[in-house]
Ligand binder design. Structure first.
Ligand code: G3P
Ligand code: CA
Length: 260
């Protein structure tokens, strides 16, 4: 598989289709079932997933800091060892047929889909538990390297300190900053990217404005937008000329995006 490369704004190719937490409209988010589904669909370019650490510092794939929304567990995931977390059912909340799904480790996901799609690994930071400096970044990089996927990954985060740190540790890594309206309001993508040494700008469709669009065009910055689930949203965003469309419904939007 080719190495991942963020494409410049002027490319006359359609945007990347990015499966948000896998095909999370059809299978429980951030599970192997959801990632397998994404990898089976031609035209899905990138799988997005969220990572954090367990008590024994294993890298797991889980969006929330707590377990109750998407598993049968309770409380902060960081308070459990991997073996303890593996006891919880991570699929029944979505549909009983997914009762066998467990919270996957990053390594498990890379082993299943890392040769079939590129990955957008979003590092989650936890306000209630600040990780020791560099720990999450190092553990993620080690895992990716051990799985042999280093050239197929983009690392992203709302926490731009994590992005900058990861880039310092691994200068060859492709990184992205995710726009945080409450902290970044008024700061343009070019400035945020420069400060973190990143090359891709990720923005919510709700936070997009003319100043952002002008700035990414002026500086030729690849911009990925989330979360676009309706065909109308997808068609509208493509008129702006973005490079990535992040969707829970990647399988449903792929033909529209790729026919463009
Ligand atoms: O890729 C951006 C998007 O995943 C960020 O939001 O809350 O779905 O992780 P969230
Ligand atoms: Ca995410």
């Amino acid at each position: 598989m080719k190495p991942f490369a963020p494409r410049p704004l002027t490319a006359d190719t359609p945007p990347y289709v990015i499966a948000h937490r896998g095909i999370s409209a059809l299978a429980p988010e951030n599970t192997i079932a959801s990632f397998r589904l994404a990898a089976e669909i031609p035209g899905v370019d990138i799988i997005e997933l969220d990572v954090r650490l367990t008590r024994d510092e294993e890298v797991i794939v889980l969006h929330d800091r707590t377990l109750q929304r998407t598993t049968t567990g309770n409380g902060a995931a960081r308070g459990y060892t991997l073996a303890e977390l593996k006891q919880f059912d991570a699929g029944s909340w979505f549909h009983p047929r997914f009762a066998e799904e467990r919270i996957p480790t990053l390594r498990e996901v890379l082993d299943v889909v890392g040769t079939r799609c590129w990955l957008d690994i979003e590092m989650k930071s936890d306000l209630f538990h600040r990780e020791p400096e560099g720990l999450l970044e190092r553990r993620v990089l080690e895992t990716v390297k051990e799985a042999g996927c280093a050239d197929r990954v983009m690392y992203s985060s709302f926490d731009h300190h994590l992005v900058a740190n990861l880039k310092r540790i691994e200068p060859a890594a492709t990184t992205a900053v995710i726009y945080r309206i409450y902290r970044d309001f008024g700061r343009l993508p070019s400035k945020l990217l420069r400060r973190a040494g990143a090359s891709v700008f990720v923005c919510s469709k709700m936070d997009l404005n003319q100043a952002i669009i002008r700035d990414v065009r002026e500086h030729n910055i690849p911009m990925y937008v989330y979360t676009l689930n309706s065909l109308t949203d997808v068609q509208n965003i493509m008129k702006i000329g973005v490079q990535g469309i992040i969707s829970d419904e990647a399988s449903a939007i792929v033909s529209v995006v790729k026919q463009s």
